[in-house]
Design a binder for this molecule. Structure first.
Ligand code: DQA
Length: 148
C-alpha cells in the first residue's frame, strides 16, 4: 500500500533546531529509516516537508487521487493553528496518524491543543525521532489487519 509522510513547518531544521527538544537526527535520517522499514514490509512510502500550509493541503488533496492508504503527519506548529489542515484531512477521508517528536503536553500551554487529534486514528508524541518509527509501526499493523 501507499503510505504518505507529511512534515510541517521548521522540520527541515531537524538536527540543528533546539536539539535538546527535538533530538539530533535530521529529517533525511528519519525519512531514510521510514522508507527502509516500509519497503521491508512490502509497502511504498513517500515523504514531503513543507513550511507552507497550502503545499501540505495540496498534497493531501492529491493523496485522494494517488491511492494513499494512510498518512503520517507531524504538522509542526500548524497542529495548533490550522483549521484548513484539519478540513483537508477530513475532506479526503484518508486515515491519518498525528505525531510529534516532543511531548506537546509537557511544554507551553498553547501546544496542548491540536486541531487534528480528535479526527486522527491516533496520536504519538514525546519519543523524539522514535515517534516516527512508532507511528509507522502503528500504520503497518493497521494495514496488515486490513489486508492492504
Ligand atoms: C512538534 C511540536 C509543535 O508544537 C512544534 O510547533 C513543532 C514540532 C514536534 O514534533 O514536537 O514544530 O510538532
Amino acid at each position: 500500500a501507499k503510505i504518505l509522510v507529511l512534515h510541517g513547518p521548521n522540520l527541515n531544521l531537524l538536527g540543528s533546531r533546539e536539539p535538546e527538544v527535538y533530538g539530533r537526527d535530521t529529517l533525511a535520517d528519519i525519512d531514510a529509516l521510514l522508507v527502509q522499514r516500509a519497503q521491508a514490509a512490502g509497502h511504498e512510502l513517500e515523504s514531503l516537508q513543507s513550511n507552507a500550509e497550502h503545499v501540505l493541503i495540496d498534497r493531501i488533496h492529491q493523496a485522494r487521487l494517488d491511492g494513499t492508504a494512510i498518512i503520517l503527519i507531524n504538522p509542526g506548529a500548524f497542529t495548533h493553528t490550522s483549521i484548513a489542515l484539519r478540513d483537508a484531512l477530513a475532506g479526503v477521508a484518508i486515515p491519518f496518524i498525528e505525531l510529534h517528536l516532543s511531548n506537546v503536553h509537557a511544554r507551553e500551554a498553547f501546544r496542548r491543543h491540536s486541531y487534528l487529534s480528535d479526527i486522527a486514528v491516533g496520536v504519538i508524541c514525546g519519543f523524539g525521532a522514535d515517534s516516527y518509527r512508532l507511528a509507522l509501526d502503528a500504520a503497518l499493523t493497521r494495514l496488515d489487519r486490513a489486508g492492504a
